[in-house]
Design a protein around this ligand. Sequence first.
Ligand code: TYM
Length: 339
Amino acid sequence: MTNVSKKRVFSGVQPTANLHLGNYLGAIRRFVELQNEPATECIYCVVDLHAITVPQDPEKLRAQTREVAAAYLAAGVDPVRSVIFVQSNVSAHAELAWILNCVARMGWLERMTQFKDKAGKNAERSSVGLFDYPVLMAADILTYKATHVPVGDDQKQHLELSRDIAARFNTDFKVDGFFPLPEPIIGGPAARVMNLQDGTKKMSKSDPADNSRINLTDSVDVMVKKIKKAKTDTLPMPAHVDELKSRPEVDNLVSIYAALSGQTKEQVVAEFVGAGFGVFKPRLADLAVEALGPTMTSMATYLADPAQIDAILRAGADRANAIAQPILKDTKAAVGFWS
Ligand code: TYM
């Protein structure tokens, strides 16, 4: 049996357009922090199988796949210390997803709020894949027997489902402890970065309004403009974090400032108490330029050399396959497949 003794981290980002500040602060920046922890093995995937749960243009999908890889690299994921690869290059994900489809229950998936949000009133016309999305996510994680999964807050329910699926597999096939129950790593002020024009909605790749988010492919000038145009209100900066509850847009900007400066929201509020946005926003813009500028520039450099990205992704797929195959073999044996 394949066993994992140290901490094994797995996470993924979809190659859908408009990678943004939420993806960076909620997930990608965490990937780098975890890679730098001792006795931690990190596996980071570009989840193209997930992306096709809604229609994608094939050429754009290929380009966006490189874009996510470039974001990982530019943010500081080291392709030697961590494994960076594309999901469709490792067939174990799809194979395990099928097995787990037969473990997960319809009722569990019917409770998933993200499907309800994404499908809206059109559930009948959604792809079966969109409904099944969280089972593939469980397969991604369990293909490597990952123990820890860094994600934004919106993935919490999916991770709970992954734990339920792992536990159910272990019970159904009488293989106690075969799949570890993956621990979510969610938290900090940027677990849920909100829309810059509407603080009640999360920052999202699919929002038609470009000024609702900071894209990792934006120029530094565009980023500064978007921060200056971000919605606020007419009151000065609050004296206490509790006041942020009724001021969602301000709460969001304070959270972004906290995440970028490595402070708590309390510290940021204490620093700016009573200031106007004419003071706070330029300070936030300067901080964003300092914290994100180098990553944005480096991303553009990587994107100018797609051959280098492709070579990294190919080598990563070989390494991912080498970890996944023995686990898949043991899984098939537990199920009772002939070999
Ligand atoms: P995706 O591509 O939608 O999002 C990638 C990561 O970014 C986080 N995120 C945010 N964090 C903070 N604020 C936001 N506004 C925000 N928007 C997105 C997401 O939580 C995610 O961590 N289903 C996953 C991809 C996936 C995956 C996996 C993750 C597929 N298989 C296995 C972990 C483990 C997703 O939502 O991707």
